[in-house]
Design a protein around this ligand. Structure first.
Ligand SMILES: CC(C)(COP(=O)(O)OP(=O)(O)OC[C@H]1O[C@@H](n2cnc3c(N)ncnc32)[C@H](O)[C@@H]1OP(=O)(O)O)[C@@H](O)C(=O)NCCC(=O)NCCS
Length: 177
């Protein structure tokens, strides 16, 4: 399938292009950005983007490349991912976000996250979307709260202490009322 393009007031969520690998690797080269993430070099970034593309083809959802509409510049990735190794609960997908540091603090993570949730619930008819963050990653947890996710608890995942949040399709539709 072709990855669907979604526009929000300030963002364009679009499919991945060849030239995006270098820009995403540059975003990941900032230690602040990867403070709570697995660091990726250029080759690791290339593999990750191929994995995103693969999941789009396999499941019809995934992570989008995120552009700021005014500049057309790639500023990160936002979207949905199913983790086969997440066993703490049933989930249709996890919603996640990573933006270049220069784009933080303007509500863009929340704006893009809302578009991803809308796609999951309204286009893909998902029932349960989770979000997982390092226990100390409070900015990401704040985005989850602003999007209406509820904290479920803490666990260890891939050897990391994480907090995880949930939103059901019912919560989402009530939120839209
Ligand atoms: C998480 C991330 C996408 C948030 O993007 P963003 O566009 O800055 O998010 P928003 O502006 O929509 O919201 C951030 C919220 O977190 C709050 N916040 C930021 N830093 C915080 C901190 N250290 N402690 C507590 N809250 C914090 C902000 O004040 C804001 O809340 P508010 O609107 O109530 O003031 C961005 O920080 C990022 O890319 N981080 C690095 C990658 C990452 O860790 N991704 C998540 C992996 S689980």
């Amino acid at each position: 399938m072709e990855i669907p393009e979604i526009e929000t007031p300030r963002l364009r969520l679009r499919g991945w292009r060849e030239g995006d690998v270098e820009r995403m690797a540059a975003i990941y080269s900032d230690p602040e950005v990867v403070r709570y993430l697995r660091p990726l070099d250029l080759e690791g970034t290339r593999k990750q983007l191929l994995g995103f593309e693969y999941q789009w083809q396999e499941r019809g959802f995934g992570l989008w490349a995120v552009e700021e509409r005014t500049s057309g510049r790639l500023i990160g990735r936002i979207g949905l991912f199913h983790h086969a190794d997440w066993t703490a609960s049933q989930h249709d997908a996890e919603v996640g976000w990573t933006l270049a540091r220069s784009s933080w603090g303007r509500g863009l993570g929340t704006e893009g996250g809302a578009a991803a949730l809308r796609y999951g619930f309204e286009t893909k008819r998902m029932q349960r979307i989770i979000s997982i963050a390092h226990r100390e990653n409070l900015a990401s947890q704040r985005v989850m709260e602003k999007l209406g996710l509820h904290r479920e608890g803490e666990t260890s995942w891939r050897g990391i202490p994480v907090a995880w949040y949930v939103i059901s399709g019912q919560d989402w539709s009530r939120r839209e009322d």
